[in-house]
Design a protein around this ligand. Structure first.
Ligand SMILES: [Zn+2]
Length: 264
């Protein structure tokens, strides 16, 4: 039998599935080891060992061990850092938190540490739990996640030739090119998406500000539409699909708009 090394880190639960009659397979994003997938033996039969620490998007202190060279680790014990109870009380907050973790899951391979990405997810869950306005949080999270994963879109310079675009009257975004293009580099073929300077500058600022200060940043209805469109198209282009949790979030928001109209 191989020697078991116990490792300790802080982690956030990305998803969990049943395994056999008594176990869970849990995917977590850890502060120090990146994404890991682990088995929680007996967790479904006896809730005492892990209590509610393995709930979706829960933040926990984790001890796990690796046996041999397989990628599946063994979850040994855990205790709660933050359960994010306020998020769980609200359907829209829960849907948004599910989108934050699913997006991170989709962009990360297993076993590649990324401290900035960990702090980004943790920081946004804290904001959401504290009741920050939700309208633009997903956009600010998307731009920061893309930057932390190395897919930072070019918004103030041409993605092809690097010409500064900071004073151009208007911008055109091409997802396949990785950002905005200057007039000389615009390709023939399908037009890109229009992006105003206001929208581009807000996204650049959203990338730089400390996460708690993002609550002071707002988008006009027009810049909100533009940023949702370009980031949505860019993320879908990179992933090759649209995430289910984003569709759910949109449906919940539409439902709450319809309901509030009816009630007026
Ligand atoms: Zn150019």
């Amino acid at each position: 039998m191989g020697v078991r090394t116990h490792l300790r880190t802080e982690a956030i639960v990305l998803r969990r599935t049943d395994h056999g009659e008594s176990d869970w397979i849990v995917t977590l994003f850890t502060r120090d080891f990146g994404k890991i997938k682990g088995i929680a033996k007996g967790a479904r039969r006896s809730r005492r060992r892990f209590a509610n620490t393995l709930d979706d998007f829960c933040c926990l202190n984790l001890i796990f061990s690796q046996r041999g060279r397989g990628s599946l680790v063994f979850l040994e014990s855990s205790d709660i850092v933050e359960h994010f109870g306020e998020i769980r009380l609200c359907v829209e907050k829960t849907a948004l938190a599910s989108y934050l973790v699913e997006l991170l899951d989709a962009f990360t391979p297993e076993g590649k540490p990324n401290r900035e990405l960990y702090e980004t997810l943790r920081g946004f869950l804290i904001l959401l739990n504290a009741g920050a306005p939700m309208g633009n949080l997903a956009r600010f999270y998307e731009i920061r996640l893309l930057a932390a994963c190395g897919y930072d879109p070019a918004l103030d310079r041409c993605a092809r030739c690097g010409t500064t675009m900071a004073s151009a009257p208007s911008l055109v975004f091409h997802a396949a090119e990785g950002g905005v293009l200057c007039p000389a580099c615009l390709p023939a073929g399908p037009p890109g998406l229009p992006l105003s300077q206001g929208a581009a500058k807000t996204l650049l600022l959203a990338k730089r500000l400390p996460i708690p200060r993002l609550v002071s940043l707002s988008l006009t209805p027009q810049t909100a539409r533009e940023t949702e469109e370009i980031l949505g198209v860019f993320v879908n282009h990179l992933l090759g699909r649209e995430l289910l949790s984003l569709q759910v979030l949109r449906q919940i928001r539409q439902f709450s708009i319809d309901t509030s109209r009816k009630n007026k």
